[in-house]
Ligand binder design. Structure first.
Ligand SMILES: [Zn+2]
Length: 388
């Protein structure tokens, strides 16, 4: 009898072990992303990436990611998107009209991946080298029919309960306003922010802060040094102890500006700077294997081609066919849990669902989130103006 019990016990223990192995095996098959770092090179398609690889004589950090796909960037109104419509598509599930931020073509506000993941308990951050109110970052938190409504976007940022940290330029939209409101003062006194004008002063115990390190966009890469990689480091250091993980959006904002200017030296500097920021993110992801890194772009700028390319920088010929955007698709590069979804040909409006799925959320809703944070007024939607 005793022997039977021991045999039964042993069998049960073995079964338990096998079950736990099985569960482990299942968990290993589909690990969930706890942290997401979503990196956007504004205006960066394959020509910009390959030009930078020729220039540095090295692959880009992200070109070595294990999963690569193609992203169709057209907006709901045009084959050639602007950064507002593509930012909205990359942030939400919706293609919209050029010029519109955080709204569908009928001016109905849409929920972004930052807002949806914040609702799931993740901390969130945004790091850019443009104004913090520029089209791409704004597409993650603001809802306006015209991207040029910077002062309105600044108010929506200040009042947004979903952002934990935001770093970039554009202080003028907060303190040199037509309505004479000192929005920085309001942010600090009424809305729970700490506002800094340099990365150096940050109090890491602070759970909601904005760094606006320039009145305008940040200076060009050659002048601003390693601001972007340092800002990503700063953000990761802040978000690292987030209990339920984090969502961080990073934009290499000025690749686009350089390509609008058809300025190859500036473009190259911006590309290598953006790749240095990706390297910071990848180093973090290698240490934290629950971190998904997705690198993509909103559109191509400049119609860049590389006729007669040679192996040395000085021999590369750059040819720009326009000072505007083109409809050339861009690529997406992914590393970490859920990265395998980012292959094949996809739409820019597919990204949110893929990121949410990587984090284990599939039916996450699509409408405007409810703004029920204590003492935080609802985001103001400006319905007065028509889309551009
Ligand atoms: Zn853009």
């Amino acid at each position: 009898m005793k022997r039977v019990s021991i045999v039964t016990l042993s069998a049960l223990m073995l079964l338990g072990l096998l079950t736990s192995f099985n569960q482990k095996a299942v968990a290993q098959e589909a690990p969930k992303a706890v942290n997401v770092i979503y990196m956007i090179g504004d205006g960066m398609s394959l020509p910009q990436v390959y030009a930078a690889m020729l220039a540095s004589n090295e692959p880009m950090t992200f070109s070595q990611f294990p999963y690569i796909g193609v992203v169709d960037t057209h907006s709901s109104s045009n084959d050639i998107t602007d950064s507002a419509a593509s930012g909205t598509a990359l942030a939400s599930d919706h293609k919209t009209k050029n010029g519109m931020v955080g709204m569908n073509p009928d001016t109905i506000p849409v929920k972004t991946v930052l807002e949806a993941l914040s609702e799931q308990g993740k901390e969130t951050g945004i790091v850019v080298t443009s104004y913090v109110t520029h089209a791409t970052p704004a597409a993650f938190y603001a809802k306006v029919p015209k991207r040029s409504q910077y002062e309105n976007i600044a108010v929506q940022m200040a009042e947004n309960p979903y952002i934990n940290l935001i770093i970039g330029g554009g202080m003028k939209h907060f303190i040199q306003r037509k309505d004479s409101i000192n929005l920085v003062e309001r942010m600090e006194k009424e809305l729970g922010w700490k506002v800094y004008d340099t990365l150096a002063d940050i109090d890491y115990s602070c759970k909601k802060y904005a760094v606006m390190a320039n009145s305008d966009h940040m200076p060009k890469a050659a002048q601003r040094g390693d601001f972007l990689p340092r800002a990503v480091e700063t953000a990761l250091r802040t978000l690292d102890d987030a209990e339920n993980g984090f969502f961080l959006m990073v934009e290499g904002s000025q690749i686009d500006m350089a390509c609008h200017a058809n300025d190859s030296t500036w473009m190259m500097d911006e590309m290598l700077d953006f790749d240095n920021a990706v390297k910071v993110a990848l180093d973090y992801a290698k240490e934290h294997d629950n971190t998904l890194v997705v690198v993509t772009a909103d559109h191509e700028t400049g119609g860049l081609t590389l006729p007669d390319p040679k192996s040395k920088y000085s021999d590369v010929t750059f040819h720009y066919s326009t000072g505007s955007h083109t409809c050339l698709p861009v690529l997406v590069y992914a590393y970490g849990p859920g990265a395998e979804q980012f292959t094949g040909w996809m739409q820019n409006s597919d990204m949110k669902a893929k990121i949410m799925k990587a984090c284990g959320f599939e039916n996450f809703g699509d409408g405007l989130p409810e703004y029920d944070g204590p003492n935080i007024p609802a985001i103001r939607i400006n319905h007065d103006s028509k889309p551009e």
